[in-house]
Ligand binder design. Structure first.
Ligand SMILES: C[S@@+](CC[C@H](N)C(=O)[O-])C[C@H]1O[C@@H](n2cnc3c(N)ncnc32)[C@H](O)[C@@H]1O
Length: 246
């Protein structure tokens, strides 16, 4: 069992992430009469958009760190023979494993107060190529091997010591392999002690840490939207960087 202090073990976050990863656009915006701005619609599909930065080539092995309930992991499997999804949350990995096995998971969308709607999550695509395991991205097991593609979306600023993951990346990504890192740069004391926040802006810090081993191919901003209730959403812009291993 995971620690009850970890918000990513909570039922509320599990349901928010099942919605974020698996709900249709209409399920996200189902509440009648609320005029949601267009920019909110443009922020949907984040778990697929970050993966779309990888090349179209078919490769052997992919790794999705901080995979949550697994939608990006399954998206990576469309042109990756085997993808491992790793997350620290036992609750998220348990759900990802059930979806990988073809189960349909019922969960509740919170509308307001005592009002909930029951929805169903189902993994589409090449789920049989995926495997999920609980683990710590700062202390990965030694026998993971190397990967043609590594993806870590909105993970870095949730780690107590993000530099431990950055230092491990050169050994995880094989020569000429691809790396996608996305982060909304929401550095918070509750996740990362300030002594481990970037000493420069996050983009400069990433370039400094990764440039000896990786070439930065491009960077951009990917918005995402997490629904809390019918009238409260988190809209954020993730800084996405795409790298090639030298
Ligand atoms: C903000 S969520 C992003 C999840 C997913 N990548 C997405 O874009 O929807 C951060 C995720 O990182 C996971 N996480 C936090 N600390 C971790 C660690 N040390 N190792 C692996 N995963 C971790 C959390 O459990 C959560 O699933």
């Amino acid at each position: 069992m995971g620690s009850p202090d970890n918000i990513y073990e909570s039922q509320r976050l599990l349901e928010e992430y099942l919605l974020f990863h698996y709900a249709s656009d209409d399920e996200v915006f189902a509440t009648a009469g609320i005029p949601y701005p267009l920019a909110m619609r443009q922020a949907l599909g984040f778990t697929q958009r970050t993966v779309a930065h990888f090349s179209d080539l078919s490769v052997k092995r992919g790794l999705d760190l901080g995979c949550a309930v697994g939608a990006s992991t399954v998206a990576m499997a469309s042109n990756c023979e085997q993808v491992i999804g790793i997350d620290y949350s036992h609750a998220f990995i348990h759900a990802a494993q059930a979806l990988q096995q073809g189960q349909v998971l019922s969960y509740r969308r919170h509308d307001e107060a005592h009002h909930y709607q029951t929805l169903q999550a189902q993994a589409q695509g090449e789920r049989e190529r995926c495997r999920f395991e609980q683990g710590d991205a700062m202390h990965l097991r030694d026998d993971l091997g190397t990967f043609d593609r590594v993806h870590a979306a909105n993970l870095l600023c949730r780690l107590p010591q993000p530099e431990l993951l950055l230092e491990k990346l050169p050994a995880l990504v094989c020569n000429s392999g691809e790396l996608v890192l996305a982060t909304p740069c929401t550095w918070l004391e509750e996740f990362t002690p300030p002594s481990h926040w970037p000493d420069a802006d996050t983009f400069t810090w990433l370039q400094h840490k990764l440039s000896p081993h990786f070439t930065l191919v491009h960077h951009c901003h990917e918005p995402f939207l997490i629904r809390e209730t019918a009238r409260k959403f988190q809209w954020s812009q993730s800084l996405l960087t795409y790298w090639r291993r030298l």
